[in-house]
Design a protein around this ligand. Structure first.
Ligand code: HEC
Ligand code: HEC
Length: 269
């Protein structure tokens, strides 16, 4: 008893009591709060799905079917996930307008809030890749050199070494990656639009995607990344070799002609 009252008077006793009280409050909050929050999230989610369904019926159902099952004018959207919608609508590819080899990018016609609702509706049709968070796509602190290596191994065959893009077969093309937002780069890898393969998180983890995003941002937009002179489209040895051939040989031929003309003149006189 004596011991206890001695402890009570200890200068740290008040602090200990306060900490215990805080822990108890935290525990109580944790026990009760999440249920309420989860319920609120659920209601917000079903509201978003309802709104998304309305937008979908007006803007997308004619090609993708009333339940997203697909028609002859558009593929099924069951299981493509919110990431595919965020990418397709967020880059202005969807809603598509004319049939063609590849749906081009256009000015975006929906707000981000509407895109989120469309995405929520399509995601409710079947599980698929989920729209990444800002934190997931933030390339801060990523390894640019590793990203470059990953890019050359996985992407350069279509998008070129510095992401300048290039033509593919049958009128299709891999676009220039300049100015594409980190989120859309991430989603393109998750969902593999058109003839692009997909790189799901299981085969290419989040960190590798961030490294690639950091690489694309480093080589793109900034001509400063180029050591100087004409970039020649950043096409690598082929275009640089061609440049050397045409201009180098051209200069040699011109010199030869000039020399020949002058010797001829010299002979005549
Ligand atoms: C005029 C017809 C048309 C309309 C309207 C249209 N789409 Fe599409 N959609 C297509 C076609 C065709 C493709 C396949 C595109 C391709 O392969 O390049 C496609 C592809 C997609 C994909 C990619 C599917 C995948 O497998 O990754 C998504 C997501 C999508 N559309 C969503 C939408 C949404 C959301 C809307 C409404 C805002 C919409 N589309 C309106 C024709 C249409
Ligand atoms: C087989 C060729 C191919 C490979 C490999 C490939 N892509 Fe693509 N990529 C494409 C095509 C084709 C498109 C255009 C799709 C469309 O318009 O629907 C595309 C589109 C994109 C876009 C969207 C660009 C925009 O303008 O909105 C990004 C970002 C992208 N690719 C990044 C990558 C990255 C990163 C890799 C490597 C991890 C990669 N791609 C590998 C063919 C490829």
């Amino acid at each position: 008893m004596k011991k206890l009252s001695a402890r009570r008077r200890h200068p740290l006793a008040a602090v200990v009591v306060l900490l215990l009280a805080l822990a108890a409050t935290g525990g109580l909050y944790a026990a009760f709060a999440p249920a309420g929050k989860a319920q609120a999230d659920e209601t917000a989610q079903s509201l978003a799905i309802d709104e998304g369904k309305k937008l979908y019926t007006v803007g997308c159902a004619s090609c993708h079917g009333t339940g997203g099952q697909g028609t002859t004018d558009g593929p099924s959207l069951v299981g493509v996930g919110s990431a595919a919608v965020d990418f397709q609508v967020g880059t202005g590819r969807m809603p598509a307008q004319q049939p063609g080899a590849q749906v081009p990018k256009k000015p975006v016609i929906y707000t981000q809030a509407e895109i989120d609702q469309l995405a929520a509706y399509v995601a409710s049709l079947g599980a698929g890749p989920i729209t990444p968070t800002d934190k997931q796509v933030d390339p801060a602190g990523a390894d640019v050199a590793k990203g470059g290596e990953l890019f050359r191994n996985n992407c350069a065959q279509c998008h070129n070494f510095t992401g300048k893009g290039g033509a593919l077969t049958n009128g299709k093309y891999a676009p220039d990656l300049e100015g594409v937002s980190p989120k859309h780069i991430y989603e393109a890898m998750q969902t593999g639009p058109q003839s692009m393969p997909s790189f799901p998180d299981t085969t290419m983890p989040e960190q590798e995607k961030k490294d690639i995003i950091a690489y694309i941002q480093t080589v793109n937009g900034s001509e400063s990344a180029s050591p100087g002179g004409l970039s020649l489209g950043g096409l690598g040895p082929v275009s640089e070799g061609l440049f050397a051939w045409i201009f180098g040989l051209g200069a040699l031929v011109a010199t030869a002609v000039w020399v020949a003309a002058h010797t001829a003149k010299a002979k005549k006189s």
